[in-house]
Design a binder for this molecule. Structure first.
Ligand SMILES: Cc1cc2nc3c(=O)[nH]c(=O)nc-3n(C[C@H](O)[C@H](O)[C@H](O)COP(=O)(O)OP(=O)(O)OC[C@H]3O[C@@H](n4cnc5c(N)ncnc54)[C@H](O)[C@@H]3O)c2cc1C
Length: 495
C-alpha cells in the first residue's frame, strides 16, 4: 500500500515502520488510520537502546512508600543511576493478593492491606490497563511504554493510539519489574504498612512500618489515593496537606452491543472491530459531569479498601469480550460540597468521600453487594421495579439511588443523563444500570511539594508523588511522576 501511495516500485522500499494506529469510526466507512515511516533508499535508524539498570551502590538508600506505578517507576529510575530503592508495600505479592481479591468477590471479605487498591503493583495491577494519558507535557509517556515492553508488555502498546493491556496480563509485567529491582540490589518489603514518620527539626529521617524503623537519605511517598490512614498520620504530625477537588458518582453499565451500535452503526456486528468505547462530558447544575475510565467488554469490580464501605471500579481482560460495557459517570466535587466537614481541614473532602461509601454499604446491607438502579428510573426519580443482570460479581441490591446519594450529586447526574441521552440514544435507556458509588476517581487530598525541588516545603527529605499526592491520575501519569520525583531525589542527593 505504501508503494502504491508513493507511486513507486515496492522493491525500492527498504522498510515500513508503524508509528501510530487508531480506529476512525466518525464516518460511514470505518477504517484503521495508520501512520507509518517508509524508508526508501536508506535503512531505518537503529531502535532506541533499551533502558539499562545498574547495580545499587552500597551506602545510599531511598525509602519508597508504595509499590504502585509511581513507586515502581521511581525505583527503576533510581537504579538507572545506581541508587538503592527500599520499597515498603503494605500489601502482598500479586499471587497472594489474587486470593484476597477472590475473597472479596466470593465472601465479601475485604483485607485492609490486600485488595484491588493495595498490594504489588498498586491499583495498577488489577486495573483495566488502559495506558493512554494526557500527561505528555509532564514527561515522556513513550518511555514509560517502552519500559513496560522491556518487561513483557505487548509491543502493540507502542503504536496503538489507545493502548490497553488488560487485567489478565498486567501482573506479568509487574512481576518482571519486581525481578529487575531485586536483581539490581533494590529491596522490596511486602506486608510493610508505614504507620509513622521519624521527623527531627523539620527533616524526615525515616519511617516506621510494623514496629520496624527504616531510615533513608530521602523518602518518596507514593501511597496512592486510598491511603487514608497515612493522610491522617501526616495531618496528625502537623505536615501541611490540602483538600483537593475530585469527582464522585456511579458506574453505569450497558450491554456492549448498545455501545457498538452507537459508535459503529451498520458495522456494529463486524467481528473485525474491537468493543467500542465512548467518552462524554457536559456541564450540568454548575459542575462538570463526565464519563470516566470506560471499560469496553469489561466488568465492574469491588474496589473497597476496608470493610463497611462500597467502592465500584471497572476492568477488562485483554480481549475485552464480556457482554457488558461500563464507565464511571461522575460529577466534579469541590469545597462547597465538603463544607459540612470543614472542621476537618484538609481531610474534609476525604470525609465526604468516605461518608458516601459507608452510606452506600449500609443501604445495601453491609456486604460487598452494591446499591443499583436503572438509569431511566434514576432520571425519573422512581424506584426500579426490577434490575437486569450486571457484571458485578458480588451482586447488587435494588435501591433508590436518587434518594440515598447526596441531593446535589443526584441533580447533576440526572441532568448529565438527559444530556448524554441526547447524544447517545439508549445511554439512559432501560438496559442502563447505575451502581454506586464510583468514588475513588482521584485523590481528595494534595500533599504539597515545591515545584522545583519536588520536596515537601515544610518537611525536608519527603517527596510526595503519584496519584495519592495529587500529582497524577492513571497508570502512565503516575509512572511519569514517579520518574520525575526520583530525578528530584537524585538532585537532592547530588547524584
Ligand atoms: C479497578 C481499577 C481500574 C483502573 N483502570 C485504570 C486504567 O485502565 N488506566 C489507568 O491509567 N488507570 C487505571 N486505574 C487507576 C490506576 O491504577 C491508578 O491511577 C494508579 O495505579 C496510581 O498509581 P500510584 O502509584 O500513584 O498509586 P497506587 O497504584 O494506588 O499505589 C499505591 C501503593 O501504596 C501502597 N500503600 C498505601 N498505603 C501504604 C502504607 N501506609 N504503607 C505502605 N504502602 C502503602 C498501596 O498498597 C499501593 O500498592 C484503575 C484503578 C482501579 C482500582
Amino acid at each position: 500500500m505504501a508503494a502504491d501511495h508513493l507511486m513507486m516500485d515496492a522493491a525500492e522500499i527498504r522498510a515500513v515502520l508503524p508509528r501510530k494506529r487508531s480506529l476512525d469510526a466518525r464516518q460511514r466507512h470505518i477504517f484503521w488510520r495508520v501512520n507509518v515511516d517508509v524508508f526508501v533508499g536508506e535503512d531505518p535508524p537503529a531502535a532506541l537502546p533499551p533502558v539499562a539498570w545498574k547495580e545499587a551502590r552500597p551506602g545510599r538508600a531511598v525509602v519508597i512508600i508504595g509499590m504502585g506505578p509511581a513507586g515502581l517507576f521511581a525505583a527503576l529510575r533510581l537504579l538507572e543511576e545506581g541508587v538503592k530503592p527500599v520499597i515498603l508495600e503494605r500489601g502482598k505479592d500479586h499471587r497472594a493478593r489474587r486470593r484476597d481479591i477472590k475473597a472479596i468477590f466470593q465472601e465479601h471479605r475485604v483485607d485492609p492491606d490486600s485488595n484491588f487498591g493495595f498490594g504489588e503493583g498498586g491499583a495498577g495491577t488489577f486495573s483495566d490497563g488502559k495506558l493512554y494519558t494526557r500527561a505528555g507535557k509532564r514527561g515522556d509517556p513513550a518511555r514509560i511504554l517502552r519500559i513496560l515492553v522491556q518487561h513483557g508488555a505487548d509491543a502493540d502498546i507502542l503504536v496503538d493510539a489507545h493502548p490497553h493491556v488488560g487485567s489478565d496480563r498486567l501482573w506479568r509485567t509487574v512481576q518482571s519489574m519486581r525481578e529487575t529491582i531485586l536483581a539490581r540490589g533494590g529491596e522490596i518489603h511486602f506486608g510493610a504498612r508505614v504507620d509513622g514518620f521519624e521527623i527531627e527539626a523539620g527533616r524526615l529521617l525515616g519511617v516506621r512500618a510494623g514496629g520496624k524503623e527504616h531510615r533513608g537519605d530521602a523518602v518518596l511517598l507514593a501511597a496512592g489515593h486510598s491511603a487514608r490512614d497515612l493522610f491522617e498520620e501526616l495531618h496528625r504530625r502537623g505536615i501541611p496537606l490540602e483538600a483537593k477537588p475530585f469527582a464522585l458518582g456511579v458506574r453505569i453499565e450497558h450491554p456492549q452491543a448498545l455501545i457498538n451500535r452507537f459508535q459503529y452503526r451498520d458495522e456494529a456486528k463486524n467481528p473485525a472491530l474491537p468493543a467500542a468505547a465512548y467518552h462524554a462530558a457536559c456541564q450540568a447544575e454548575g459542575r462538570g459531569v463526565y464519563s470516566f475510565c470506560m471499560c469496553p467488554g469489561g466488568l465492574m469490580v469491588p474496589a473497597a479498601t476496608a470493610m463497611g464501605e462500597i467502592v465500584i471500579n471497572g476492568m477488562s481482560m485483554a480481549k475485552r469480550n464480556s457482554y457488558w460495557a461500563n464507565a464511571g459517570f461522575v460529577a466534579s466535587v469541590d469545597a462547597n460540597d465538603w463544607a459540612p466537614w470543614a472542621a476537618e481541614g484538609p481531610l474534609a473532602g476525604m470525609r465526604l468521600q468516605a461518608e458516601v461509601e459507608k452510606n452506600m454499604a449500609a443501604a445495601a446491607g453491609g456486604t460487598q453487594r452494591a446499591p443499583a438502579q436503572r438509569a431511566q428510573d434514576f432520571l425519573k426519580g422512581r424506584p426500579s421495579p426490577t434490575l437486569p443482570k450486571t457484571s458485578y460479581i458480588p451482586g447488587h441490591v435494588n435501591a433508590p439511588l436518587h434518594e440515598i446519594l447526596p441531593g446535589w450529586l443526584v441533580k447533576a447526574l440526572q441532568e448529565g443523563l438527559r444530556q448524554f441521552e441526547k447524544k447517545m440514544s439508549g445511554f439512559a435507556g432501560t438496559d442502563a444500570v447505575m451502581v454506586a458509588p464510583e468514588s475513588r476517581t482521584s485523590s481528595p487530598v494534595r500533599i504539597p511539594r515545591d515545584p522545583q525541588t519536588l520536596m515537601h516545603p515544610q518537611c525536608a527529605g519527603l517527596f510526595p508523588c503519584g496519584e495519592g499526592a495529587g500529582f497524577a491520575g492513571g497508570i502512565v501519569s503516575a509512572a511519569i511522576d514517579g520518574e520525575k520525583s526520583a530525578e528530584g531525589i537524585l538532585r537532592y542527593l547530588g547524584v
